[in-house]
Design a protein around this ligand. Structure first.
Ligand code: FES
Length: 97
């Protein structure tokens, strides 16, 4: 099973292949924000990929357009609800309580 490490919590969990970063977080009680419920409409689930970007699904147009309107976006930014896990990845959550 692919492993996802969430920073800054330094928590590593197993993901079901094909689940999104958000689905993986919620399955393990990791507090990744998701104001719109995972429908690519809010950007609160934004994460930055530290390692393993090649192990995430490719960005689709809807995610690209949504991220263009978000604050503090970097080239390694993804939306947790849209990025699907296919292998090990380390991500940093942008919105942390
Ligand atoms: S949860 Fe709203 S865009 Fe991902």
């Amino acid at each position: 099973m692919p492993k996802v490490t969430f920073l800054p919590l330094k928590q590593t969990v197993e993901a079901r292949a094909g689940d999104s970063i958000l689905e993986t977080a919620l399955a393990h009680d990791i507090p990744l924000h998701h104001a719109c419920g995972g429908y690519c409409a809010c950007t609160t689930c934004q994460i930055r990929v530290v390692e393993g970007a090649q192990n995430l699904s490719a960005m689709e147009e809807e995610e690209t357009e949504r991220l263009e309107r978000a604050d503090d976006v970097l080239p390694q930014s993804r939306l947790g609800c849209q990025a699907k896990v296919n292998g090990d990845v380390i991500v940093e959550m942008v919105h942390v309580d």
